[in-house]
Design a protein around this ligand. Sequence first.
Ligand SMILES: [Zn+2]
Length: 178
Amino acid sequence: MPDIRPTVGSGALVLNATYEPLCVVSVRRAAILVLSAKAVCVADGDGILHSARDALPVPSVVRLTRFVRVPYRTHVGLSRRAIFARDGWRCAYCRGPAETIDHVFPRSRGGRHAWENVVAACARCNHTKGDKTPAEMGWRLHALPAPPKGTAWRVLGHRAPDPRWADWLDLREPEAAA
Ligand SMILES: [Zn+2]
């Protein structure tokens, strides 16, 4: 096993042999895949990794040389961090920086703690809204809350993507409410 010095970096995106994004691994793990010919580097990161015999650019995206069959997790867990990530850390009502989680239909009135009923909100909007609904306040939601979906969520979860991965991940903005 090559002796690869730990390096800075957010990790490397692993693609299947078919170029389908699979997961994110450490840069070190990606380098070992490349050095053992289990993967080829398709996009370089910053810097050079040195092993006892080799030097190779820090991998940012690698593609497996053999196809692997992977069972997919289709459900994205509902966490505070995941809600902020889905909503871009912006308030669903005023688009300001979000610090709190708001239940659109208030929990005190039976609103569910579910992707369809939670949004990121700033403290001011959340406090002003209290136990009212947006309709009662005359407010509009910027976007209809929905479970996150798509390749990027499956691969990244709430991780921030490296911009170099954009070609392989669908990183579109969530759809605006009609
Ligand atoms: Zn707000």
